[in-house]
Design a protein around this ligand. Structure first.
Ligand SMILES: Cc1cc2nc3c(=O)[nH]c(=O)nc-3n(C[C@H](O)[C@H](O)[C@H](O)COP(=O)(O)OP(=O)(O)OC[C@H]3O[C@@H](n4cnc5c(N)ncnc54)[C@H](O)[C@@H]3O)c2cc1C
Length: 499
C-alpha cells in the first residue's frame, strides 16, 4: 500500500466515487479510495444491477420458472460483477482501496475507522465526497424487523414472498411490484399520492395504472400503513380515511424515498455546508463551500441516478486535471428511465415545469400513440406513447416522455435533440428504418411541421404576441419565470428517483 502524497481522497466506492478514483488513477494521479461496505456501492450491490437482472430474468421466463432459482441467478450475477469490480480496483496502479468508515477531521484531512481495527489519518489537496444515500424508513406498528424489506435486503431473499406489500409507487416501488408479480408473488402497492408514479406526467400514471391492474397488482391510493398483526400476517391500511386490511402479507417493501448519507461524516469539522434532507451544497462543477472539496452523486441534490453520478464524476476528474477547461453545460441534462412494464423515460422539462417558464401559447405539445405506428400494430401494443413539448415556430424541443417497450433506449434520441438544439424542422428530414417504434419520432416531427408551416403567418403573430406577454410578465416579476437555456435544464433536481 502507498502511503500519503495523495492527489485526491475519494470517500465512497459507488458509481460516483469509482468514476473519479479510476479516472484520476488512470491518468497517473495518486488516489485513496475509502469504502465502508462493498465496492460498487448501491448500483452494483443493491440497486440497478440486481433489480435489472431480476426484471430481465422474469421477462425471459415469461411468468414461468422457479422463483428461488431466479433469485439465486440475480445474486450470482450481482456477486460476479462485484467481484470483478473489486479486483479491478484492488489491482489498479496509483490507487489505494482503504476499507473503513471515513469522517472529516479538517478541510484537508480525514480519519478512517479501519475494518481491520484502529484508525488511519490521511490528507490530500482534493477530497471528493461520494457517500450516496440509503432508504428512507417509516415505522409500521407491530411489523417485525424480519418482515421489513428495503432495496438493501430485497435481493437477499431466497424465495418469492407469498404476498408482498410495496409501500411507495415511485420507480423502485413499481419496478419491484411488476417484477415480483411476474415471479409469482401476490403484490399490493400502497401509495400516499392521488396517482401512481406521482413524479411523472398524468398520462404516464394512467398507462402504468392500467398495466398494474392488467397484471393483477392491487393498488391503494391516498393510503398509508397503520399497523401489522404478526400472528395473522395482516397489514392494516388507512385508505382515504377508511380502514382496509390486507391478508397473508409475509413481506413489506419500503420504497418511499432516499436519505442522503451526510450524517456520519463530521462535515462541520471541514466547514462543508449541507442540508440534512437536500444533501451537500454544490455549484455547477460540484465544488462544495470549501475549496478543494467536491461532492457528487446521491449525496448531493443534483443526482439520483447512476448516469448522473457518473457524469458528475467525469466533470470532477476534468476539474482536478484541467481546471482551466470550461465545464460543458449539456452534461447536466439527465434523462431518466424506470424499468416498469411498460418502461417510462423522460428528458428535459416536464409539462408542469414548462408551464412555470413559458406562456402556454408559446409551446406545442405533440403526441403519438405507439399503437398507431406500424410497429406498434405488428407487435400488438395496447398502450404507450411518445409525447414531446417544443417551442412554437422555432421547433426547439423542451422535453420528451416515452412510455413503451425500450423507452429507456429511445429517450436518447430526444436527449441529443435537446442538448444539441436540434429543432423539429431538422428532425423532420430524418429517415428511420421501417417498421420501428422510433418511427414514432418521425410522426412527432410530421405533426409539428404539418401544424406550423401552412399557418406560418398566424404562428408568427401568435409567437410575437405571447413573447411580448412573457416579457411583460417577467418585467413584473410574475410567472412564467426566466426562460432558461438547455444547459440549465433542472429536471434531475425536480424529479425524484424514489419510492
Ligand atoms: C433498487 C434501486 C434501483 C436503481 N436502479 C437504477 C437504475 O436502473 N438506473 C440508474 O441510473 N440508477 C438506479 N438507481 C440509483 C443508483 O443506484 C444511485 O443513483 C447510484 O448508485 C448513486 O451512486 P453514488 O456513488 O452516489 O452512491 P452509492 O452507490 O450509494 O455509493 C456510496 C458508497 O459510499 C460508501 N460510504 C458511505 N459513507 C461512507 C463513509 N463514511 N466512509 C466510507 N464509505 C462510505 C457506501 O458504502 C457506498 O458504497 C437505483 C437505486 C436503487 C436503490
Amino acid at each position: 500500500m502507498m502511503n500519503g502524497n495523495y492527489s485526491t481522497i475519494v470517500i465512497g466506492a459507488g458509481s460516483a466515487g469509482l468514476t473519479v478514483a479510476i479516472g484520476l488513477a488512470q491518468r497517473g494521479k495518486r488516489v485513496a479510495l475509502i469504502e465502508n461496505n462493498a465496492v460498487g456501492g448501491d448500483c452494483t450491490n443493491v440497486g440497478c444491477i440486481p433489480s435489472k437482472t431480476l426484471i430481465h430474468e422474469v421477462a425471459e421466463r415469461n411468468g414461468h420458472g422457479d422463483g428461488a432459482a431466479i433469485l439465486a441467478t440475480v445474486q450470482r450475477k450481482r456477486n460476479h460483477l462485484r467481484d470483478e469490480e473489486t479486483e479491478m480496483v484492488e489491482r489498479m496502479e496509483h490507487l489505494d482501496l482503504i476499507r473503513g468508515a471515513a469522517r472529516f477531521v479538517g478541510p484537508r484531512e480525514v480519519e478512517v475507522a479501519l475494518h481491520t481495527g484502529g484508525t488511519q489519518r490521511i490528507g490530500a489537496p482534493n477530497i471528493v465526497i461520494a457517500t450516496g444515500s440509503r432508504p428512507r424508513m417509516i415505522e409500521i406498528k407491530g411489523l417485525p424487523r424480519e418482515r421489513i424489506l428495503t432495496n438493501e435486503s430485497l435481493f437477499e431473499l431466497e424465495r418469492a414472498p407469498r404476498h408482498l406489500a410495496v409501500i411507495g409507487s415511485g420507480p423502485i416501488g413499481l419496478e419491484m411490484a411488476f417484477a415480483f408479480r411476474k415471479l409469482g408473488s401476490r403484490v399490493s402497492v400502497i401509495a400516499k399520492d392521488e396517482r401512481v408514479f406521482n413524479a411523472g406526467t398524468p398520462a404516464t400514471s394512467e398507462a402504468l395504472a392500467a398495466s398494474l391492474a392488467e397484471r393483477g397488482i392491487d393498488v391503494y391510493l391516498r393510503a398509508k400503513p397503520t399497523g401489522y398483526n404478526h400472528a395473522f400476517e395482516r397489514l392494516s391500511l388507512d385508505v382515504d380515511g377508511q380502514p382496509v386490511t390486507l391478508d397473508e402479507v409475509d413481506y413489506v417493501l419500503i420504497a418511499i424515498g432516499r436519505t442522503r448519507n451526510v450524517d456520519r461524516l463530521d462535515l462541520e469539522r471541514a466547514g462543508v455546508r449541507y442540508d440534512p434532507q437536500q444533501g451537500i451544497e454544490v455549484d455547477g462543477s460540484y465544488r462544495t463551500s470549501v475549496p478543494g472539496i467536491y461532492a457528487i452523486g446521491d449525496v448531493t441534490p443534483a443526482s439520483k441516478w447512476t448516469h448522473s453520478a457518473g457524469a458528475q464524476g467525469r466533470t470532477v476528474v476534468q476539474r482536478i486535471l484541467l481546471p482551466w477547461l470550461p465545464v460543458s453545460g449539456s452534461s447536466t441534462l439527465y434523462p431518466n428511465a424506470t424499468f416498469s412494464d411498460p418502461e417510462v423515460a423522460n428528458v428535459g422539462l416536464l409539462p408542469d415545469e414548462i408551464a412555470k417558464r413559458y406562456h402556454p401559447g408559446l409551446v406545442k405539445t405533440l403526441r403519438v400513440e405507439l399503437r398507431d405506428t406500424d410497429k406498434g400494430y405488428t407487435d400488438g401494443l395496447q398502450r404507450g406513447f411518445i409525447e414531446v413539448s417544443a417551442l412554437r415556430l422555432s421547433g426547439r424541443v423542451l422535453g420528451a416522455t416515452i412510455v413503451g417497450p425500450r423507452a429507456s433506449e429511445m429517450i436518447s434520441f430526444w436527449t441529443l435533440a435537446i442538448s444539441q438544439g436540434i429543432s423539429l424542422y431538422k428532425l423532420f428530414r430524418l429517415v428511420y428504418p421501417y417498421p420501428t417504434l422510433s418511427g414514432g419520432n418521425q410522426k412527432i416531427a410530421d405533426q409539428f411541421v404539418r401544424e406550423t408551416l401552412p399557418n406560418i403567418g398566424a404562428e408568427m403573430r401568435d409567437v410575437a404576441r405571447y413573447g411580448l406577454a412573457t416579457i411583460w410578465w417577467r418585467l413584473r416579476g410574475a410567472e412564467p419565470a426566466a426562460v432558461d437555456d438547455t444547459a440549465a435544464h433542472p429536471l434531475a433536481a425536480q424529479t425524484t428517483y424514489n419510492g
